[in-house]
Design a protein. Structure first.
Length: 330
């Protein structure tokens, strides 16, 4: 049996620092199937999907649940924006637990990429800075305080629904990455300009989520997902994100997750012959790292094991074959 980051993925459990145990280190990557009801409530299709795909993994990450109706990523996404959503989310968490996996709810605010949950002629996108093409209004400091609290309340609802943790979505050009990126954040107040100012909102949100998680009577983990860099000139650089990861590690979060096109990709904004995942793991060795991106074979698992990566996110391979973890382990 292959060894994976000190954990036998064929059955030996992995323990987070807070005591949460998962039966193996393979994680169902967050995939927004957009099968939710019109108001963002969980549908039977959501439960059916996770009933299939949680059967052989250790961790099932449900994405992307919007914390505010002004932060929805796509129609059909799940909502965790009000207490009416708790009962449906509870059914979903129970479905995942019945398959033997742990359940993580991914929390997101789309920022300037948000769409209206329902058709709304008055809809105006809001992000770090104003723009005319497309029309975007800058978020005020008071509105940012509201968003921070929305992440906290979403965490409370995830706990009430029986989830084993939350993952804060700071990747894929959504709100938290928009604040980190010099391309989208052109503010001149305490939330823009220097790197320290640009990472202020992500840090404040993580602190609020961790504060809420501390009230849990059982192990409840908090993860953070991020894109390592942007490809556009003048965009977010890997060095900025490594600094953010170091800050998150000191709070501390329970794991960090890299959003990669393929797990072996090399950095674009930092000269290094080493893959981005290797650099990140060496830089924040004290925090478990989840890596995904075209993991399709036992060879991929072995390579990640050599890099001392603790958690493996699997998406497409699991979509094609829900029994993939069992097949690849044998």
């Amino acid at each position: 049996m292959s060894e994976f980051g000190g954990v036998d993925v064929a059955g030996r459990p992995y323990y987070f620092a807070k005591g949460l145990m998962i039966r193996n280190s393979i994680c169902a990557a967050s995939i927004d199937r957009q099968w939710g009801l019109a108001n963002g409530a969980v549908s039977r299709w959501d439960c059916d999907f996770h009933r299939q795909h949680a059967r052989y993994v250790g961790l099932d990450i449900v994405g992307s649940a919007y914390v505010s109706t002004r932060g929805c990523t796509a129609r059909g996404s799940l909502s965790v924006a009000d207490d009416d959503m708790i009962s449906g989310l509870q059914r979903l968490a129970t479905t995942i637990h019945q398959q033997g996996a742990r359940a993580i709810l991914q929390l997101v605010h789309a920022g300037q990429r948000a769409i209206a949950v329902m058709p709304d002629d008055q809809w105006v996108a809001r992000g770090p800075s104003s723009s005319n093409t497309p029309s975007i209004h800058a978020l005020s400091v008071a509105q940012l305080a509201m968003i921070i609290e929305q992440f906290g309340q979403a965490t409370r609802r995830a706990m009430a629904a029986g989830f084993d943790g939350v993952e804060i979505h700071g990747a894929n050009h959504f709100l938290l990455q928009q604040f980190m990126s010099p391309l989208t954040n052109r503010r001149t107040d305490s939330y823009g300009g220097s790197l320290v100012n640009r990472l202020r909102l992500p840090i404040q949100i993580v602190r609020r989520v961790l504060q809420e998680a501390q009230s849990s009577q059982r192990p409840f983990v908090v993860g953070y997902r991020l894109s390592p860099e942007e490809r556009l000139t003048g965009g977010l650089e890997l060095s900025d994100q490594l600094f953010l990861m170091r800050c998150l590690a000191t709070l501390p979060v329970d794991y960090l997750s890299l959003s990669l096109h393929h797990y072996w990709q090399l950095p674009l904004t930092l000269k290094s012959p080493r893959p981005t995942a290797v650099l990140a793991k060496r830089f924040i060795s004290q925090v478990p790292l989840m890596v995904a991106g075209k993991v399709v074979s036992s060879r991929d698992l072995n390579q990640l094991a050599d890099w001392q990566i603790e958690l493996v996110g699997v998406g497409r391979a699991l979509l094609r074959d829900p029994q993939w973890p069992r097949r690849v382990q044998s």
